[in-house]
Each structure stands twice: as C-alpha cells, then as structure tokens.
Design a protein around this ligand. Sequence first.
Ligand SMILES: Cc1ncc(COP(=O)(O)O)c(C=O)c1O
Length: 484
Amino acid sequence: MTSESLREQHESLGRAVTKLISEQAAKLDSAPVTSPATPAELRTLFDEPLPINGMPAEDILAQFARDVAPHAMRIPSPRYFGQFNPTPLAIGVWADALCSALNQNAGAWRNGPTSALMEDRAIRWLCELLGYGPGAFGVLASGGSEANLLALKCARDSVADNITGLGMRAAGELVVYASEQCHFSVEKSVDILGLGRKSLRKIETDSRFHIRLDLLREAIDEDRAEGRVPCCIVGMAGATSTGVIDSLPELAAIAREHNCWFHVDAAYGGGLAFSDRHRDKLRGIELANSITFDPHKWMFVPFACGATLVRDGGSVLRDSFDISPEYLSEDRGGADVEYDFFRYGQMGTRRFNALKLWMAFKFMGKRGYAETVERHIELTEYFAGRLDELPDFERVGEIETAVCCFRYLPQWARALAQTDQDRVQQALQQRIEKSGQAFFPSTILHGRRALRVNINSYLTEARHVNDLVELLVVEAQQIQKGEF
Ligand SMILES: Cc1ncc(COP(=O)(O)O)c(C=O)c1O
C-alpha cells in the first residue's frame, strides 16, 4: 500500500460514507425512532464467523446500510426525548473523521502537539464559561462518569498527604454526600476509589427534588460524631431524572464550614451557562473545587466527550494523577510536561477529542448555544403547559432545564395501588417506545414511577412537541381500554 493508494481509498470511502450520513440525516424527521428488533434477532444478523479473508469496503458499507443503521436507536431524531443524548452537530461528526485521520495521541504532548494546545484552549473556554477564574484548568474525559471519578479522586486525595501512595490506609473512613438524585457514576466512583458504596450518603430531596440541606447537615454531624471524615459534597446542576439544580451557594457554604471538597455535577446543566437568561440558575458553581461538564450533552458534540474542571488549577489534577514513565519523560527544556494530558487523568492513549469540541465552540459560538438552550427550555415549558391542559396527566416537579417529568393518572387509575399506578406509567412508556414515533424513558421519583421527557435536539420544534402530546393521548386511551 502506498500513500497514493490510501488517498484513493479515502476518496472513494469518503464519497460513500458522505452519502450514507446525509441519507441518515434526511430521514431523521420521518423514520421511526426505535427499532422493533429483539436482541435475538440482531444476534442472528451479526452471527458470522471470524473473517479470514478481507472483503471490499463497499460490501462492508452495504452491510452497515442494511443491518446496522436501520436498527440503530435514532438518537439524533427530533422525536428522541431520551437521556441527555443530543443530535450531534455535523461539524462534530466530521471533526471525528479528521481526528481519526490525524490519529494524534493526546496523552503526551510530543504525540499530539496541536491536540494538546487545543485541549488547553477548549478547557479554558469551558472554565471561563462556567465562571471559573483564569487559574482554573481541567482535562477532557470520556464522559460524565469518568469526569466524576476524576473529580472524586481529587476530593479523596485532598483529605490527607500521600493517599495516592498509601491508599485508603492514609485516609480514615471517608464519606461523600450527594442528593438521592445523583447520577449512578458517583456511587460507582466511591467504590472504585476504595471508599465503598456505603460511604455515599444519598440525601433525600424536597418536593422539587433538590437536596435537603437540613438532612445534609444532620448526616454530616452524625458522621463526625461517629469518627468518620466528611470528604466531599456533590451538588447536582441538572440531575439526570429531573434536570433540577441543587442550591449551590448553600452547598458551597456547608462544604467550607466542614472543610469538605465541593464538586458540582453539571454534566448536563452546565449548558445553562451559555444563556444570560438562565445562567443565574448555576449561581455558586464557581465556588466548587471541581465541576463535571459534558460537551456530549447540551453542546451537541458527538459521543464521547466529557470534562473535569478544577478551580485551583492543573496542579490539583496532577497531584492526584501524575506519573513519569521513562519513555514519556524527555526533558525538552520547555513546558511540554504541562501539556502532557496523561498526567491529568486516568487515560494513557487519548483521542484528539478537543478537536470536535473546539470546532463546535467555534461553529455555534456562545450566542448560538444560548439560543438553542433557551429554545429547548421554552419548548419544554410549552410541553408542560400542554400537559397541564389534560386532566389525565399530572406533572411532577418543575421545569428548571429542558426536562419535564409527569404521570398518566386518569380517574380510573387514581384508585389503584401505587405499584399498579407505576405499571400504568411503564405501560404507556412501552407503548410509545414500540410505536417508534417517539422515545422517552421512565424513572423513579420519590419511590414512584414517572415519565420523563428531555428536549436535547436542535431539530426539535413545536410541531414535534405537539405530535408527542397527541401520541401520549392516543396511546394512553388504549391503556384505559384495559391494555396494561
Ligand atoms: C448528571 C449526570 N452526571 C453524569 C452523567 C454520566 O455521564 P456519561 O453517561 O457521559 O458518563 C450523566 C449521564 O446522563 C448525568 O446525567
């Protein structure tokens, strides 16, 4: 193979893939959001022996078009109202292709000089956006789960000297506090970090699903009295199930009072910072020692792209993660070590993810993001208003971001036991998922099943919301006829 024949391959594959991608885009408004295929059916589709002889790329792409694309969950659809999964920006999709073509290793500066400087730039933009000062820094991560893990590692290591060396022996019995609405990655993180899942205190929330500060204080006092060490308070800025934002200034004050690390999980809600109209909802986020923010949620960057930001600069991450392998530690007399991103987190070889983030920032601009975030919240409020007109639907919680939770509770269902009412919600969710005309999940709020709609596509318009309301009414009537 010569570089000339590689060029030819790229040209012909590029043409074919462009066609596939634009055909997919053209279908987004009309094609079903979900596929009816079962895992067993899909297994037969892909049940092939290990390929011994290579095959032409055209045939592989034909199989993609026949077997893969039609059964994909149509996350980029304007009728997908699922879990903070966006329609990716076209520039982000193509940035991914460019990133793969350059194949920079964004771990060590020497293996990705421009990638390192662009990551530095994109991270600084994120810090500025969220209200951090110029000394703040951070690192890109694979998503919010990893970003939370990195932040909680910094929190853990801040408790005593040499926890990185000695492990939990040097730490005492550490406790982490978060709302019961926190993302599951917080629980996974305390396990991975050796604190154990039981070290996470899931604090009850109030009627609007915000962490209850009185119960948080009580839990901290009790742990202290029993000799445990409060290590970190996690505030939610855009909780997964409800999209709501905890009282961040109050959480910051409690953390300061108890000498705890304060982490804000703004994986989703951080997007509010783009909008002058909504950014006040994040007030207090700038006080956090660390922030999780996911460009692959409300910034429409294709998966996977998360970020951990730290208020007090890159040295905080490096104190927790730095290591100097012989083969990556040339002293070039410059500042390369500062740009070795493998020193700031857990990954070694890293994708040049900064490219798609940098391009997305430039393509949308702060203003473009602000308009989209504002439109999403308006559409969500519009959806909530339409539900409020329907006596059989009852809203749960309030709209703080672009998430609306609700229940279907017609007169006949109000007399049912709670477990049966929960089954009614699941039945409605399932009917809609199977219809292929829209997708949203259900969740559990204060122990009761609820339905949850999130608008996270820049393609979604009022007509899609109207269609969703009609679909809810039509499918709900079927359940009334006894089909649950
Ligand atoms: C609030 C919050 N934090 C963290 C995460 C984890 O992000 P990821 O799925 O990118 O790992 C999610 C995912 O939805 C989330 O909603």
